[in-house]
Ligand binder design. Structure first.
Ligand code: COA
Ligand code: ZN
Length: 297
């Protein structure tokens, strides 16, 4: 396991939620199936959120029901509240992901709650998850910077993380929601969090807004993190976080970590086909920075 890195492709959720063009259920399933074929071990397939708030994620329940199962892929779905949890629990979703920002204004914009309200909602959901034996993890969003409040205090990130783990979150995803973190800050925060909470309980989620996505993945690896979100073709952006562009591209992350000697289980040729498909379906996915070079190999 030491030389293995798990990549969770969030393209079908983070990637598609903010697209001007809303993909059909069939198109979203085609993209997910291409990622399954490419050997991704984990995929975020959608969100059980208000279709008024995020129209592109409507019908995630239909998508979940039609996914190829029994193939060892860990499918996750974002849930913003107890109603999302109910939907996920009824469909036996393997992993549900709560989201709490470390900065209060972001919580108010994203889920219309203060951080205190969001935390008490999470405790409620995590309590229900425990009694129903469901797997719920939590995103700590705006862990380095908030589009509304600027730099985020490390103590706020620690406090939210500690309380979520204590309440039963199976895993914490530390997210640079707007892509404003730099590698030194990533290394510092993730090293300290790894000591406090255990690297095996943490993963990282980076956006490539300032072209530091891959450098930030490298810094987090140095801090001991072995699990990362990335998005096929670099798709992505949050409708409630101004300034966020796409996630770090899956093809760039796979290339980086494999050159470093880690295994991912991903088939690059098929991954590039999935990246082409993401571009074809959305018209906007730029493709990873390394894509042109990778295609010549
Ligand atoms: N799934 C589907 N519908 C939901 C829902 C869920 N999890 N939670 C609430 N709704 C519906 C309600 O039924 C209600 O519908 P109606 O207007 O037809 O009666 C409507 O959404 C408003 O519900 P309310 O409880 O008043 O929520 P709100 O208006 O305060 O919005 C959220 C809160 C969390 C539902 C909404 O902001 C949201 O879905 N945000 C998504 C955030 C997100 O995905 N961010 C992505 C980056 S992390
Ligand atoms: Zn994101």
């Amino acid at each position: 396991m030491k030389n293995h890195i798990v990549i969770n492709d969030v393209g079908p959720r983070d990637g598609l939620q903010n697209q001007p063009k809303h993909l059909s259920v069939h198109e979203r399933l085609t993209l997910i199936n291409a990622l399954v074929d490419a050997g991704l071990p984990a995929i975020e397939v959608g969100a059980f959120v208000s279709p008024k708030a995020v129209p592109a994620m409507a019908s995630t329940d239909e998508i979940y029901a039609q996914l190829p199962k029994q193939n060892g892929v860990e499918y996750s779905v974002l849930i913003p509240n107890p109603k999302g949890f109910q939907t996920g629990a009824a469909l036996n979703v393997s992993t549900m992901s709560l989201v709490v920002a470390a900065s209060s204004t972001m919580n108010e914009k994203n889920i219309r709650m203060t951080t205190a309200q969001a935390m008490s909602m999470c405790f409620d959901v995590l309590g229900r998850a425990k009694s129903l034996e469901r797997n719920v993890q939590a995103y700590v969003a705006t862990a380095w910077a908030c589009p509304f409040e600027g730099a985020v205090n490390k103590s706020d990130v620690f406090q939210v993380t500690e309380e979520l783990l204590k309440a039963g979150a199976s895993h914490i995803v530390v997210a640079d929601t707007i892509g404003a973190a730099a590698p030194d800050a990533v290394y510092t925060l993730m090293s300290e969090m790894a000591v406090e909470f255990g690297a095996q309980n943490l993963s990282c989620h980076f956006h490539d807004t300032r072209a530091m996505g891959v450098a930030n993945v490298y810094a987090a690896i140095q801090a001991g993190v072995r699990r990362f979100d990335a998005s096929i073709g670099g798709l992505g952006g949050c409708p409630f976080a101004p300034g966020a562009t796409g996630n770090v591209a899956t093809e760039d992350v796979v290339l980086l970590v494999e050159q470093m000697g880690f295994e991912t289980g991903v088939d690059m040729k098929k991954l590039l086909e999935a990246s082409d498909l993401a571009t074809e379906l959305t018209g906007t996915a730029r493709g990873g920075h390394a894509k042109a070079w990778l295609k010549q190999q």
